[in-house]
Design a protein around this ligand. Structure first.
Ligand SMILES: C[S@@+](CC[C@H](N)C(=O)[O-])C[C@H]1O[C@@H](n2cnc3c(N)ncnc32)[C@H](O)[C@@H]1O
Length: 382
């Protein structure tokens, strides 16, 4: 057995044992698809670096193959342009814009999508092509279409898929617009490996009623939740957030606009009615983002900063006297008022994890709710 085959088998065993791989057909895909064909060189994160440093791991060097089968997300592009091969000396910093998602997550998502033989599937975010290859192995080439936004990434994925012997239909373009050549109700399933601030209307028309959409909701505060929606009619869908902690890089057209360096400005001060640290927790940060979707969150613990670049509104918290907290707000949107109200509603519901939330989507409105469709909710910024 080659080293690669051995590492694939070890990974498949580990993912079966921990309950990730439950379907033998997906285990077969995990054991067959050689992830190294989709990576070449990749970036490794420099431990404890701030801002995060990325060191290229070159194809064939010591630890390269082991790193590929270590079940980690491997970044392959920074800032929409820098690839590992471009870095000739030391480490670099930047925002990850393409990667090969960790195998356990990709395989878990393919299973959560409840894909069946014969289904026609649209994937948004080809990236390295590894998840596409797993899908093509399981479904057959002619059932899968994958869209990648970045032409350089798309070309590399196409070459890798060809070398690996898979021939799904590949598109370079904006996957938020769906498949430009497909009509309405073409697909049974849609899976996105980039996240979205709201569900694109094209997806709701191209997936058949009864079909499913699996996508991560995220936003400008970097909080995320994975949702599985069922299309209920043309342009409508409903579903729930799933257990676990899933995040993906945001779809490029949904990313926040460029902003200047933060300048903290004076404003009105008052006591905070919530512990600001709660918006640093997984679900708390997501609830805060639902309440203030145009705000970026910075800071940590009791010292949180929210900044809405579209209006210039700011909120910043700090420990106050007597063990409490204060907030300073300025600008037309009282960001902390909104966040505080949302967090208190969530706390009144018992601070449930995201899996107690759902999303209902129509042409008029996209709403995230707690508990049931008629429960407390927030509109997404469509
Ligand atoms: C996390 S990576 C995908 C990982 C991939 N599935 C894999 O296994 O290698 C996300 C990808 O989504 C792409 N992307 C971002 N916005 C997109 C959009 N609007 N349409 C299609 N692809 C997009 C990025 O360029 C990036 O390559």
């Amino acid at each position: 057995m080659s080293t690669s085959a051995h590492l694939r088998s070890v990974l498949a065993d580990a993912l079966t044992e921990d309950g990730t791989l439950t379907d033998p057909a997906w285990r077969d895909a995990a054991e067959t698809v050689r992830r190294e064909l989709f990576l070449g060189s990749y970036f490794a994160q420099v431990t404890d670096s701030v801002p995060t440093g990325y060191l290229p791991v070159r194809q064939g060097e010591d630890g390269w193959l082991e790193g590929i089968y270590a079940d980690r997300t491997l970044v392959t592009q920074l800032d929409g342009r820098v690839r590992p091969g471009d870095v000739t000396d030391g480490s670099v910093t930047g925002d990850p814009t393409s990667s090969s998602t960790l195998p356990s997550l990709v395989l878990r998502m393919w299973q959560q999508l409840e894909v069946e033989a014969g289904h026609r599937v649209l994937e948004v975010g080809t990236g390295s092509g590894y998840s596409t290859a797993l899908g093509a192995h399981r479904l057959g080439h002619d059932r899968l279409t994958s869209v990648e936004y970045d032409p350089v990434v798309g070309r590399a994925a196409a070459a890798a898929l060809k070398a690996a012997g898979y021939a799904p239909r590949l598109i370079v373009g904006d996957g938020l617009r769906g498949d430009p050549d497909a009509g309405a109700s073409t697909y049974d399933r849609l899976i996105a490996t980039c996240s979205v601030r709201y569900v694109p209307m094209a997806w709701l028309h191209q997936v058949k009623p009864g079909g499913k959409i699996l996508a991560t909701h995220s936003g400008w505060s970097y909080a995320s939740g994975l949702a599985l929606l069922t299309v209920t009619g043309p342009g409508t869908a409903t579903g729930r957030l799933l257990p676990g902690y899933t995040s993906f890089m945001i779809a490029r057209p949904h990313d926040r606009p460029p902003r200047p360096t933060l300048a903290l400005l004076p404003g009105e001060e008052r006591p905070s009615r919530i512990d600001p640290a709660v918006i640093g927790t997984w679900t708390g940060s997501w609830v805060a983002q639902l309440a203030a979707p145009a705000a970026e969150r910075m800071g940590a613990g009791p010292e949180q900063i929210l900044w809405d670049v579209s209006t210039g509104s700011q909120a910043r918290t700090a420990p106050g006297p007597d063990g409490g907290w204060t907030v300073v707000q300025r600008g037309p949107v009282r960001l902390w008022d909104r966040v505080e109200t949302a967090i208190r509603l969530w706390q009144a519901a018992g601070e449930p994890h995201q899996e107690s939330f759902g999303i209902t989507v129509s042409a008029a409105r996209q709403r995230v709710w707690i508990g049931s469709e008629d429960g407390t909710g927030w509109d997404l910024p469509v």
